[in-house]
Structure formats: structure tokens, C-alpha cells
Design a protein around this ligand. Structure first.
Ligand SMILES: *[C@@H]1O[C@H](CO)[C@@H](O)[C@H](O)[C@H]1NC(C)=O
Ligand SMILES: [Ca+2]
Ligand SMILES: [Ca+2]
Length: 221
């Protein structure tokens, strides 16, 4: 048995145990809040993640109901941790909440009520039944300035024409990824870039204007 496989079994056993004890506190789930248990905090816990940051993390998802695993980022995309922007709906609401104020190296176990996950409908493609409370075990690797921070905009906009071209964003992402020194697939980079344009270039002119870029900052005010 390889270390990787053993580690997964260990995680599963661990989760079954904790889910069992969690089951005795079912009333908590009806409070409709995300329950966060911090499992590990590194000595130097910074930077803390905030809305708009680009995060890199591994997470395993379990159904609280029967303890079955429905998602594991370690078995997807050749085991590369997932990249996503925090607080903008790229992940379920409960995860946006659960991964806020978290630093690289920190591990959390979080319990998410259905109203902050897939709700009454569930999500058949993801094997999530209706009204499912979800449990995630999260390990955060990197917190980088997201593509939406104000400082980032001027930094990305190299020719200062107040709009971001694909080249400018690509260059910026590359720099951010190199900074944390981890090897990553070029395809990961490409798909993040495509995703950023799909979600932000609302008028489809191939640039992200300052207005388009600031979409998510408005609701922070
Ligand atoms: C899910 O919960 C809602 C109310 O919270 C209920 O009306 C509905 O029947 C439930 N659905 C299932 C499939 O259990
Ligand atoms: Ca520009
Ligand atoms: Ca545009």
C-alpha cells in the first residue's frame, strides 16, 4: 500500500469516527451556520484569507448523513490542489464562509448546513442528495492576492490603460504562482484565466475593465 492510499484510508476512518459523534448533535445543523473546527494552525499564521483572495487548497467532502465521501480534490486533476477565488461564489456559500480568515498550512474540519450548500434540491451530478449537511476537511496551501484586489488591478494593468488584457492577467498569474514555488500544470493556469474572463468580461470585448473588475467589491462596502 502506498503512502497516499494509506493516508486516504486514514482520513476516511477518521471522518467516520468524527461524523458519528457529530450525529449526536443533529440540532446544531438546524441552526444554519457553518461549524468550523480548526485542526491545525501553523506557527506563523499569515496571511489570513479574505474575500477576493486566490486560494489553493485540498479538500475532501463527506455527507454528514452516512459519512460517505462524495468529493476528494486529491483524486482529481492529478492530485493538484484546487485554485479558486474566495467569497465570490466559485464554491458553495458554506465553503466561502468556512475558508475565510484562514492561513496557509491551516487545516479545518467544517460542517455546512444544506441552506449554505446544495439546499433542498441537492446536486445529483455531485452525488449530493436533497437537504444534505456536508462535512469538509480542508487543507489550505496558499493565499495570494486575488485577481480582484484594488492593489492588484494597477499592478496587473502594466500599460495603465485601465483595462486588463489576457496577456496582462496571464503574466500576473504566472508571477503569483511562481512566488509560492510549487510546481503546477500549465493547464491549471489556463483554466483559471479562462474562468476569470468568463465571469468578468461581461461585455465580451476581451478586456476586463475597471468596472467589470470591481463587480465583487461593491458588496463589501
Ligand atoms: C427538504 O427539506 C424541506 C424543508 O426543510 C422539506 O420540505 C423537503 O420535503 C425536504 N426534502 C426531502 C427530499 O427530504
Ligand atoms: Ca491594460
Ligand atoms: Ca470587458
Amino acid at each position: 500500500m502506498t503512502f497516499g492510499v494509506r493516508f486516504v484510508f486514514f482520513l476516511q476512518a477518521f471522518c467516520l469516527l468524527t461524523i458519528h459523534t457529530h450525529g449526536q448533535k443533529k440540532e446544531d445543523a438546524t441552526a444554519e451556520e457553518v461549524k468550523i473546527e480548526v485542526l491545525h494552525v501553523p506557527k506563523e499564521c499569515k496571511p489570513k484569507s479574505k474575500k477576493g483572495d486566490l486560494l489553493n487548497a485540498h479538500y475532501d467532502g463527506y455527507l454528514a448523513g452516512d459519512g460517505s465521501k462524495f468529493y476528494c480534490s486529491r483524486t482529481q486533476n492529478e492530485g493538484h490542489p484546487k485554485w479558486f477565488v474566495l467569497g465570490v461564489g466559485q464554491v458553495i456559500k458554506g465553503l466561502d464562509i468556512a475558508m475565510t480568515n484562514m492561513c496557509p498550512g491551516e487545516k479545518r474540519k467544517v460542517t455546512i448546513p444544506p441552506s449554505l450548500a446544495y439546499g433542498k434540491e441537492g446536486y445529483a451530478q455531485g452525488n449530493i442528495p436533497p437537504n444534505a449537511t456536508l462535512i469538509f476537511e480542508i487543507e489550505l496551501y496558499a493565499v495570494t492576492k486575488g485577481p480582484r484586489s484594488v492593489e492588484a488591478f494597477t499592478q496587473i494593468d502594466m500599460d495603465s490603460d485601465k483595462k486588463l488584457s489576457r496577456d496582462e492577467l496571464s503574466h500576473y498569474l504566472k508571477q503569483e504562482f511562481e512566488r509560492d514555488g510549487k510546481k503546477r500544470d500549465a493547464s491549471v493556469h489556463g483554466s483559471i484565466l479562462a474562468d476569470i474572463f468568463k465571469k468578468n468580461d461581461h461585455d465580451g470585448d476581451g478586456f476586463i475593465s475597471a468596472t467589470e473588475y470591481n463587480v465583487y467589491q461593491h458588496d463589501e462596502l
